[in-house]
Design a protein around this ligand. Structure first.
Ligand code: UT7
Length: 318
């Protein structure tokens, strides 16, 4: 037996993102349910979110975000031999999104699988992509987080309808002479599986908000610290902290405990809502576009959500 040449490290070469054009403000929601802008902003931090129309699918959003990341990487479709889509809101059980998206992007016969780790999905997929590159299983990997949560939310349920949104973010992962993606720290709390669930295809998303809030604000900062420690990075060296965009109060609570004093904290939820597996690459891609973070800096990404699942790693910003 012979094993391929193994890359010493992996790195993110580029990001890309896509959001549907349709902006839904808190005042828009208050017209059809018993809620208001003050409650949503003070409890969750959201001012507005994007919602895809009926004709725009999760695969459509994933293809655009993936195509942008690929173009920004300077690679061509032939250079990619693995596509991973992190999602928990596909409309159909099969086929998976990754094979469909790869085909639409002209990527010929890549490995293609979806990851369902809900809002932690992008970090799981990034960990798998990094390992595949370093093990010689793939030269370049297109990793996409894409969600159309609007099709799984009960639009009369104010507890969930004001939170969740649609969008996609993508990253291209390739080999590197120096480490650009730190070891992933991942785990789960299956004892709290009922806290966020879609029971079957006739049901909408149900969330025990306070259970998840307590769990997120008390158990995730050690995961964040461990991801830094496993990468040999002190939190004071971080240029950015990009956690899953679930709730501004959760983001700020974890950031305080992390003590990453110099880091820009991602607050993309304000204008993008909670887009589950898409939220981290969407936030980072938008931060890069706005010039809020610089190439070469270190960012800590941290996903968490249904399962309950969590995962995080330190990355070098492309
Ligand atoms: O992305 C996956 C991971 N998910 C998370 O991390 C979510 C974690 N949880 C949270 O972010 C928060 O728990 C929520 C944003 C979901 C809810 O915020 P909360 O501060 O925990 O509110 P609550 O559910 O305890 O509700 C407080 C009050 C209730 O009224 P009473 O019983 O005190 O009279 C609710 O009925 O607020 C009421 N309420 C609302 N009021 C206006 C609930 N939703 C709304 C609403 N507008 N949209």
């Amino acid at each position: 037996m012979k094993i391929p040449d193994i890359a010493p490290g992996s790195k993110i070469l580029a990001f890309g993102h896509y959001q549907p054009a349709n902006v839904v403000t808190n005042d828009d929601l208050a017209k059809s349910m018993d809620t208001n802008d003050e409650w949503i902003q003070s409890r969750v931090g959201i001012k507005e979110r994007r919602v895809a129309p009926d004709g725009e699918s999760l695969e459509d959003m994933a293809t655009i975000a993936g195509g942008k990341a690929l173009a920004a990487s300077g690679l061509s479709p032939e250079d990619v031999d693995l596509v991973i889509v992190a999602t928990c809101t596909l409309e159909t059980q099969i086929p998976n999104a990754s094979a469909v998206v790869a085909h639409r992007l002209g990527i010929k016969a890549p490995g293609a699988f979806d990851v369902n780790a809900a809002c932690a999905g992008f970090c799981y997929a990034l960990g798998a992509a990094s390992n595949a590159v370093r093990a010689g299983s793939a030269r370049h990997v297109l990793v996409i987080g894409a969600e159309k949560l609007s099709q799984w939310v009960d639009w009369t349920d104010r507890a969930t309808a004001v939170i969740f949104a649609d969008g996609a973010g993508a990253a291209v992962v390739g080999p590197s002479g120096t480490p650009g993606i730190g070891p992933v720290v991942w785990g789960s709390s299956g004892d709290k599986a009922d806290a966020i669930l879609i029971e079957d295809r006739t049901k909408f998303l149900h969330q025990e908000g306070q259970t998840v809030f307590r769990w997120a604000t008390t158990t995730l900062h050690p995961v964040a610290l461990e991801a830094c420690s496993r990468a040999g990075v002190d939190p004071s060296e971080l240029a950015a902290f990009v956690p899953h965009q679930a709730n501004l109060r959760i983001i700020e609570a974890i950031a305080r405990k992390l003590g990453a004093d110099k880091a820009v904290i991602a607050r993309d939820i304000v204008h993008a809502g909670n887009t589950s597996a898409a939220s981290i690459p969407l936030a980072l891609s938008r931060m890069l576009e706005r010039g809020e973070v610089r190439s070469g800096g270190l960012a800590l990404v941290l996903g968490f959500g249904a399962g309950l699942t969590y995962a995080g790693q330190v990355i070098e910003i492309p």
